[in-house]
Structure formats: structure tokens, C-alpha cells
Design a protein around this ligand. Sequence first.
Ligand code: SIN
Length: 284
Amino acid sequence: MAQTERANDYRLIDVRPLEPALGAEIRGIDLGNGIADDAFAEVHRAFLEHQVIFFREQSELAPETQIAFARRFGDLHVHPAAPHLDGRPEVFVIHTHRESKVANGGGWHTDVSCDTEPPAATMLQIHTLPETGGDTLFASMYAAYDALSDPMKQMLQGLTAQHESEHVYRGRYSDRGVDDAGRVYPSATHPVVRTHPETGRKALYVNAGFTTRINELTSAESKNLLGFLFRHIESPFFQVRFRWSANDIALWDNRCLQHHALWDYWPHERKGHRVTIKGDRPYL
Ligand code: SIN
């Protein structure tokens, strides 16, 4: 697979690419102290170039500091189902422990793709980690799209898919005190291939978590094509696997990647704060 040419000419931050398809570690910046405009411009460029960036060597950010940093990228999104910090609906508390019945983010998915305007980006800081396990895998949907044949790309261009969340969210957080009786969970139609609004690159935009059918096909055709695409996106060529250290911060671009959080550490605890940034309606 061809590797994208990139100039590593950052002056204010240290950017260390992890894989040809995606992922870079960022060092040399302390997010607890705020971020100047010129350093932020480099962070933003690294984020668009690498799709997911990992800030190492951080201290635990106060919720307002994390919120302020995330707001540099845009307005914040509020999760339709998940538990949040008291008085801070933008901060989704990620928490798994011995009593947990379910962990967030298990299985390949794009965050909240059931929204008409799904979040552009997600920022997660993990404060408490198990001794081993709890890695997060990310897969580039640019790379997954680029690897398809031209006839397959052409066929996918004209298709739209249904993204639903009732089956994902109903009752999911009941063990964490969320009563969702009477709540209506979102669903949306999106193109199967989307154009990234900032880079102009095309990315595959269906995921096993939320995408339930391709609208223009028969149900057998839809099931088989989605099955093929869900297997296709799992290729290790498109992936980076992140091994967290305490207080690392991951910032990922939901417009061009999927992720999968591994719950392989039960009964141990893993905890952190997630903030998402609003996005636009996907278009072809
Ligand atoms: C998620 O936001 O999907 C969870 C990611 C993680 O816990 O690593």
C-alpha cells in the first residue's frame, strides 16, 4: 500500500508518526497550561494529517481545561445517552470496573453516527488504567476507501445508509443511573462514502455499531455488502493500536476513522473523561 508523503516540519510541537495510514504521538506540549494560537495551528494540522493524535506526558486535566481545549476545535456536542459529570453535560464519563455490565466503545464504530450532524472529533483523557489491557484500536476510513477497486468505489458513490441507535443505547447505561424511559434515540441517513469537509479526501462511512442498512439495495444485498465492508475496514493495514499511559489524551477525527475500545481487563478499572466536538452533516 502506498504511503502518504508528509513533511514533518512542525516547529512548536514534536510529532512522531506511528503508522503509515494514521496516528501520531505529540510531545513537547503541556495542555494543562493552555495553548497559544501558533502551537494550536500545528496541533490542528497534525490532527488533520494523522487523523488521530495522542498527547503523551500530560497531567490530569480539570474538566474546564479539557472543555476549553476542545472548544478550540469548535462547539461541543452532548451525547444523547451517556452519563456525564454533574453540571457538565459535555463531559461523558468513561468508566468500567468489576460491577460493569457493558463497556463503552466495544466493537468497531464511529462516534454517534446516528446523529444527523455527527460529532467531528472526540477527545478522551484516560486517568485510571488497568495494569495491562484497555488499548484502543483506530482504523483509517481514508485508507479503507482508497484500497477498494474503482468499480466498487463507483458503486458506493451513489448509495446512502441508515444509522440507528435505539439498539445501541436503550437501557445501556441503566447500571449507571440513566433512566431513558420515554427518550427517543436518534437515527439518520448518510452517504456510504463521505468527503471530509476540511481535507477534501473521501472516506468510507458505514460502521458495524450504528449502520443498519443500505437504503437503495434489497435487504439481502444490503446485508452482504455491509458484511463485506465491515470485514474490509478491519484490515490491520488501516490500523493503529494505542497503548495508553495514565493521563494520555487521544484526539480522533470521526469523519475519517473508526475505533474499537478493548474490554479485556475485567475486573480491573479504567476511567476517563470524553468530550466531543460538533460536526457537519456528511456529504458525498
Ligand atoms: C469510545 O469513546 O468509544 C471509547 C474509547 C475508549 O474508551 O478507549
